[in-house]
Write a protein of this length. Sequence first.
Length: 302
Amino acid sequence: MLTKILMHFFADKEVRSIWDSEKNIWWFAVPDIIDIISESTNHARYWRVFKSRLRKAGSETVTNCNALKLCAAYGKMHLTDTLDDKGIIALAKEFPGKKANHFIEWFTCGDDTIDVKSKQKAYALFEISILGSIEFGPTNGLKQIHAHIFVGLCNFADKIRDANISKGGFTFVPVRILADNLKKTETILEATFEQLLDKYVEMNVVHTFREVNGRSMRIWLDLILKKNLKKCVDWSMIGRKEYLASMQKSVSNSTDIKALILPSLSDKINDREAFMKGVDYSYYYEEADNMDLTCEQLSEEE
């Protein structure tokens, strides 16, 4: 059976993949890879021509292609050529140059990074009962999510930070008033979209944990939206640059982030694939962070 349709990102481009539970392998969309490593502006046509050339040469890469139904950017399902991980690497090696080499390095990166391991734990949230027991609004709810995803991967999982933090020239709430700010944030009501986003923005400014706040907070936001409004965010509708820019502005004015999220609300609150896609995009927003560090390195950091 084919389950777990997930999204990966390389150089701001999507790489679709689908899990084959019978063979225990991932299948990756070939057109997405071609779009990344070729110089062509028409990657579909380029792949047809290139596939024909490989077929004439008797390449096993083409022989091992598997046509599976995947969702296109405009929302419709289409049969799409896919390859397993070995096939993708073999395909990329057909393309000389730094771009293909960079892609291979990314594609073959080890699974010992905190990003890779914590993402798998985030996916698992949908499958376990913890989603029904999380305290959505209070800080404890955010701590539960942070703990589930990062306990065992870093030494600051679910621990309220005890140091001042600044990023991109902005200083988050100082530690000396952190506890008071958390209490004030918890008093913000959650009955309307405006109130929920106000709480989300304030929690971002507080920056509860030393690191990896954003990944936990977006899951947290979806859960309180689900509980109170029967909605969740379709994060695939929100671009990375737009999201980061609006969150930066939200420190002084939350208008942009509210306008960005409101039209992206979905009623697919119990849809497994929607949840998985949300995790994929959430991690994509943060890919510029230091999450390429191994779990051991992050645990050792002071």
